[in-house]
Write a protein that binds this ligand. Structure first.
Ligand code: BGC
Length: 771
C-alpha cells in the first residue's frame, strides 16, 4: 500500500499497463518470473493439433506452434505464432466444434520463386496474411529463405533458390504482402541452415565471404526492404557457435550493421543438441539472450527456472534482458491481439483458391517442348495418364511446412475439369493401387514420427507391355507424372529420389516405346519439391513440364498450362545438374561422419549453384535461369546510362514478344566483374524483372538501376564490400547461359561501399575453392 494524502491505493491496482504506461515502466514493474515468462515461450500446448495436456492452458488456435505468454497483471495478452510457409499450419478440426479451420495450400516456396514475379508474390502474401489474421494468429512463421546449397536438402521446397538475390527479393515481396494485413512474419532460418541431417547438433564451417555473399545476403535484402517483425535463428552452429547464441550473427551483423529492430526468436528448442538435453543450466539461456536472441521458443520450464535463477543472482546482463523485453513488448502492442481485432475464423478460402491456382501456373517451368506438344488443345480423343502421382497430386511438402488444406485437385481432376477425356481403364487400375500404397505409407509415417517422419515414395504400378500397346493405339497422347515429397528433419536420398527409381525408369521407357511406336507423344509432369536427375531420361520424352508442388489447386493449375489457357513463364532458380556429384557441395554433404554428421565444411566457398557450374565450365542438364515458353522473345536496345560508373548505372533493354501467343518473360541481368582484389564467379545475377503479359508483337522496355553495393564483392582482407576498379560486363540473359545482349562499363577507382566488422572466425582449418 502507498498513502497519498488521505487516499490509500493498493500497489496491485497501480501496476503499469502495457499500452498506457511506458515500456520502461512496465519492465520496471516486472518480477524475475514475469521476465522469464515473456522471454521464454509457453511451450507447445495444442501443437500439431494435440488437445492441450492436463494442466496446460486452453489454446486459442489449435495446432499453432507457439507464441508469447500473457501477464494479465501488466495488461500483456498472449500472442500466437503459427507455421508457414505454404500457408498456416493449424488443426482443421476442433473438439466439440462443428466448424472447420482449413487453410489454403499455396504453391511451395520453390514454385513461387520460380515465377520471378515479385508483384505476384506480394499478392500471394496478402492472401496468406488474410488467413493468418482471420484465424487469430499474430505472427506467421514464414518465409523460409535458406540457400539451396545442395539439391538433397529435405527442406529446399520451402526455400527459394541457390541465388541470394532471388531469395531476398522473393522473401521481401512475401513479407510485404503478409504484413500489409497488420500481422507479423518470421524470416527463417537465420542462417546457414542448409540441411536437415542432425540439424540440432550440426556445426557448419563457413567462410565469412560465403556467409556474407550467399548465406546472409537474402536475409539482408529482406530485412532492409521489408522489415519483418521477427527473425528465426537457425538450429545449427556456425563455426562452433549455435546460431541462437551467436553474437556475430544476431548482434554485430543483424542489429549493428543492418539496424534490425524486431524480435529474434529461436527455432523450436534451438541451441541445444536435443529437446531432452535442455537443462536448467544458466549458461545456455544466458548465452542466447546475451547474444541477441530475444525469445526462446517454444519455451521449457527448465529454461525459465534457469533464467529466474540468473536474474536473481545477477548472472545475466540486465541491459540485454531489458532490450529484449522492450522489443517483445513493442511487438505485442502492434499485434491484432493487443489491438482487440475480432477475427472471423472465416477467411475467404474461395478467393484464395483462385490466387493459388493462378500463382502456381506462373511458377511452372517448361523444360522441354519438342514439336510444341504443349499446349495440347485436342480434346476429342482420350489421354492415357500414367504415374501414381497423377492420381494423388502432391500439394506441398511435409513437416512444419505442411498445410491442412480442405482438398487437393489431382491431375486427373484438373484435366477432366478442363474438358479432356481420361483413359478410364488406367484410372480404374491406378486409383485403388495408389490408395492402398498411400495408406500403407501414411501408416508407416505415423509410426515413425508423424509430422517429422521421413517420406518414402510409393512404388510405381507395374505396367504390362500388351496393355501399353493397346493404350498407345487408342489414346491421343501419354502423360506421365513423376512425384517427389520430402520434409523437415530428413534430407533426401541420392538413389531412388534424386535419381529416378528403377520402377520409374521402366515406366518412362515402356510408355515412351509404346507411344512413339504409334507416332504419339509423351509428356512428363514433374510434381516435385526439389531438384531431380533429368539428363539420362529427358531425350526419351517429348515434353517436360516442371509443375513443382503446386498447392491445393495443383491439378487445375497444370490443366491451365496444359491447355494453353496460361502460358508457362517460370524459370529455374537453381541448377538441374547432369549428375548429383557435379555439385561441389556433394563431397561435403551432409557432412562428417557420414552416417551421423556433426560437422559440415562449406569448402566450395562462394561457388554454389551456377556460380560454380558457369565459372568452372561444368555442363548442366538445365541451367539456372532456364525456362521455355509457348511464345518467343527478342531482346534489343540494351543501353547503359553511362560508360563510367559514378554512383549508379541505369540499364535499359527492350523485350518483344515475337511469337504467336501472349506471354511473360523473365529477364536476368548478370554482371562480370574485375578480379584483381579477389577471385569471382564468371558472372553473378545482379537484377531481374518479369515483363507484363505481352501480346504477340508487343514489347516492353525494362529498366534496372545498379548501385555500387549491387556490384560489390566482400573482400576478406579489408573486411569491406568493394566495387573494384576495372571493366564490368553487363549480360542480359534469358538464362544464366543464354546471354542475349552484352555491354561494358568501367569503374575508375576502387569504391569501398561499406566497411564491416570482422566476424565468423573459423573454428577449424578449412581451404575453400578458388577460381
Ligand atoms: C521448424 C521451424 C518451424 C518450427 C515451429 C521447427 O521444427 O524448423 O521452421 O517454424 O518448428 O513449428
Amino acid at each position: 500500500m502507498v498513502t497519498l494524502g488521505s487516499i490509500q491505493i493498493s500497489k496491485a491496482q497501480k501496476a503499469p499497463q502495457l499500452g498506457k504506461d511506458s515500456l520502461d515502466e512496465v519492465i520496471e514493474a516486472m518480477t524475475a518470473e514475469e521476465k522469464a515468462d515473456l522471454l521464454i515461450g509457453p511451450g507447445m500446448p495444442g501443437y500439431a493439433g494435440l488437445v492441450p495436456l492436463e494442466g496446460e492452458p486452453d489454446v486459442r488456435v489449435l495446432g499453432a506452434a507457439g507464441g508469447t505468454m500473457a501477464i494479465p497483471r501488466l495488461g500483456i495478452p498472449e500472442t500466437v505464432f503459427a507455421d508457414g510457409p505454404a500457408e498456416l499450419r493449424i488443426q482443421p478440426k476442433r473438439k466439440d466444434d462443428p466448424n472447420t479451420y482449413y487453410a489454403t495450400a499455396f504453391p511451395v516456396g520453390t514454385a513461387l520463386a520460380s515465377s520471378w514475379n515479385t508483384e505476384l508474390i506480394e499478392e500471394v502474401g496478402k492472401a496468406m496474411g488474410e488467413e493468418v489474421k482471420e484465424y487469430g494468429v499474430d505472427v506467421y512463421l514464414a518465409p523460409a529463405l535458406n540457400i539451396d546449397r545442395n539439391p538433397l536438402n529435405g527442406r529446399n521446397f520451402e526455400y527459394y533458390s541457390e541465388d541470394p538475390l532471388v531469395s531476398g527479393e522473393i522473401a521481401s515481396a512475401y513479407v510485404r504482402g503478409v504484413q500489409s494485413n497488420g500481422v507479423g512474419t518470421s524470416v527463417k532460418h537465420y542462417a546457414a541452415n542448409n540441411q536437415e541431417s542432425n540439424r540440432l547438433r550440426l556445426n557448419a564451417h563457413v567462410s565469412e565471404r560465403a556467409m556474407r555473399e550467399l548465406y546472409l545476403k537474402g536475409f539482408e535484402i529482406a530485412i532492409k526492404d521489408a522489415e519483418p517483425w521477427t527473425i528465426m535463428s537457425a538450429y545449427n552452429k556456425i563455426n562452433g557457435v549455435y546460431a541462437s547464441a551467436n553474437e556475430d550473427l544476431l548482434t554485430t551483423v543483424l542489429r549493428d550493421e543492418w539496424d534490425y529492430k524486431g524480435i529474434v526468436m529461436t527455432d523450436w528448442f534451438g541451441g541445444y543438441p536435443g529437446f531432452e538435453s535442455i537443462q536448467d543450466s544458466v549458461s545456455d539461456v544466458v548465452a542466447q539472450i546475451e547474444a541477441g536472441n530475444d525469445l526462446l521458443m517454444p519455451g521449457a520450464e527448465k529454461q525459465k527456472a534457469a533464467l529466474v535463477k540468473a536474474l536473481k543472482e545477477g548472472k545475466v546482463n540486465e541491459e540485454a534482458i531489458n532490450t529484449s523485453l522492450k522489443i517483445i513488448l513493442a511487438y505485442i502492442i502492434e499485434t491484432p491481439t493487443f489491438k482487440g481485432y475480432k477475427y472471423s475464423n472465416n477467411p475467404d478460402l474461395e478467393a484464395n483458391a483462385q490466387v493459388t491456382r493462378s500463382a502456381a501456373t506462373e511458377g511452372m517451368v517448361l523444360l522441354k517442348n519438342d514439336n510444341e506438344v504443349l499446349p495440347f488443345t485436342n480434346k476429342s480423343g482420350t489421354i492415357a495418364v500414367f504415374g501414381d502421382t497423377s492420381y494423388s497430386f502432391i500439394a506441398g511438402g511435409t513437416g512444419s511446412g505442411d498445410v491442412n488444406e480442405a482438398y487437393t485437385v489431382s491431375l486427373i481432376d484438373g484435366l477432366t475439369g478442363a474438358g479432356y477425356t481420361i483413359d478410364k481403364g488406367l484410372q480404374t487400375a491406378y486409383v485403388p493401387f495408389v490408395e492402398k500404397m498411400t495408406a500403407k505409407e501414411m501408416k508407416r509415417r505415423e509410426e515413425n514420427g508423424g509430422l517429422l517422419s521421413d517420406v518414402q515414395r510409393i512404388p510405381e504400378m507395374p505396367l504390362d507391355r500388351e496393355m501399353l500397346a493397346k493404350k498407345a493405339k487408342a489414346s491421343e497422347v501419354a502423360v506421365i507424372t513423376i512425384g517427389r515429397n520430402a520434409g523437415e528433419q530428413h534430407d533426401r536420398k541420392i538413389t531412388n529420389d534424386f535419381y529416378l527409381g528403377q520402377d520409374e525408369i521402366k515406366m518412362i521407357n515402356s510408355v515412351s516405346d509404346a507411344f512413339h511406336a504409334e507416332g504419339k507423344k509423351v509428356i512428363v509432369i514433374l510434381n516435385i519439391g526439389g531438384v531431380i536427375e533429368t539428363a539420362t531420361w529427358k531425350d526419351k520424352v517429348d515434353t517436360i513440364l516442371l509443375a513443382w508442388q503446386a498447392g491445393q489447386e495443383g491439378g487445375n493449375s497444370v490443366a491451365d498450362v496444359f491447355s494453353g489457357v496460361k502460358n508457362p513463364s517460370g524459370k529455374l532458380t537453381m541448377t538441374f545438374p547432369v549428375d548429383y556429384h557435379n555439385h561441389p557441395s556433394a563431397e561435403n554433404f551432409p557432412g562428417f561422419p557420414a552416417h551421423d554428421p556433426s560437422e559440415v565444411f562449406y569448402k566450395e566457398g562462394i561457388y554454389v549453384g551456377y556460380r560454380y557450374f558457369n565459372t568452372f565450365g561444368i555442363k548442366s542438364s538445365y541451367e539456372f535461369g532456364f525456362g521455355k515458353s509457348y511464345t518467343t522473345f527478342e531482346y534489343s536496345d540494351l543501353k547503359l546510362s553511362e560508360s563510367t560508373f559514378e554512383d549508379e548505372i541505369e540499364v535499359t533493354v527492350k523485350v518483344k514478344n515475337t511469337g504467336k501467343v501472349t506471354g511473360k518473360e523473365v529477364v536476368q541481368v548478370y554482371v562480370s566483374a574485375p578480379t584483381n582484389l579477389a577471385d569471382k564467379p564468371s558472372e553473378e545475377l545482379r537484377a531481374f524483372a518479369k515483363t507484363k503479359a505481352l501480346k504477340p508483337g508487343k514489347s516492353e522496355k525494362l529498366k534496372f538501376t545498379l548501385k555500387a553495393k549491387d556490384l560489390a564483392s566482400f573482400i576478406d582482407e579489408q573486411s569491406a564490400w568493394i566495387t573494384e576498379k576495372g571493366t564490368y560486363t553487363i549480360k542480359i540473359g534469358a538464362s544464366s547461359l543464354d546471354i542475349q545482349l552484352t555491354d561494358d562499363f568501367s569503374v575508375a577507382k576502387d569504391i569501398t561501399v561499406e566497411k564491416v566488422n570482422n566476424v565468423f572466425d573459423l573454428d577449424a582449418k578449412m581451404e575453400t575453392l578458388k577460381n
